[in-house]
Design a protein around this ligand. Structure first.
Ligand code: CIR
Length: 257
């Protein structure tokens, strides 16, 4: 079923105050806004109608709306982000989602789940256990997904020093294809997928998104882009430098449904 809607929120003027592990310096807010506009335009060109929430200076990471909810055609689940500074981002996203989904289930204390740890692949959900998503949150989410007739399985990334979220290292691109960094190349939980390997020096590119008939991918990662082109994916490269500085990627910037 094609996506028809996306929910986004532009970065606030204090975006640089968000959480990050990157040593690439502070983001340039004017450039971040320009990159966000280009991202929204690319999503619209995939045929989605955009709901644009106002920037939220109370939550400098609020532009990464993906971490606050799981949304699919027939239901939505409000999450509880694992970073305390991000918990307050959820309410405004849920309020906007209620236009489409009157009943929204939620993850309860002390469960935590970041949407960046949840990867949907044709109705099956991979749930990453990470420094942000705890076991209780993952179990609650699996049950709530089951209520929505979706299956799920757990992938533990807590041993990785480099992956913030599950989707920092993998992306489902449709047609049984999964882009994966080396951490996932031999993961038994992913044995059913055809893997598209992402090289270590291009690992940021693993966070790409299939949106209807296109794949939005970070610009500047030529080897990965060549592999997608060789597999006949219709790609849209986007500049992401300012979001990368805050540990964010393409999936984080929208909820698509
Ligand atoms: C954070 O550390 O929470 C944000 N600075 C980045 C969140 C990126 N979200 C994602 O990968 N889903």
């Amino acid at each position: 079923m094609p996506y028809t809607h996306a929910l986004v929120r532009p970065p606030a003027s204090n975006f640089a105050d968000g959480l990050t592990s990157s040593d690439e310096g502070a983001p340039d807010i004017a450039l971040a806004l320009e990159q966000h506009r280009a991202y929204c335009q690319a999503i619209e060109e995939c045929g989605l109608e955009i709901t644009d929430l106002p920037a939220d200076p109370l939550h400098p990471d609020g532009t990464f709306v993906e971490d606050t909810a799981i949304v699919m055609a027939h239901g939505a689940i409000a999450l509880r982000p694992g970073a305390p500074s991000r918990v307050g981002e959820v309410d405004s996203v849920v309020a906007a989602l209620r236009r489409h989904f009157p009943d929204i289930a939620q993850i309860f204390v002390p469960g935590t789940v970041d949407g960046g740890d949840v990867c949907e692949a044709d109705g099956h959900f991979l749930i990453g256990l990470s420094s942000r998503t705890n076991e209780l949150g993952a179990r609650q989410l699996a049950r709530l997904l089951g209520d929505l007739q979706c299956t799920s399985s757990i992938v533990d990334i807590r041993g990785s020093e480099t992956l913030l979220h599950l989707k920092s290292g993998l992306a489902y691109l449709g047609n049984g294809c999964m882009a994966v960094t080396a951490e996932f190349a031999r993961d038994p939980a992913l044995s059913r997928y055809e893997k598209i390997p992402v090289r270590a020096e291009e690992r940021y590119a693993a966070n790409c998104i299939r949106v209807n008939d296109r794949v939005l991918v970070a610009a500047g990662y030529p080897k990965f882009i060549d592999m997608l082109v060789a597999r006949r994916f219709n790609i849209v490269p986007l500049e992401m430098s300012e979001f990368r500085k805050m540990d964010g990627g393409l999936s984080c910037l929208s909820l698509r449904f």
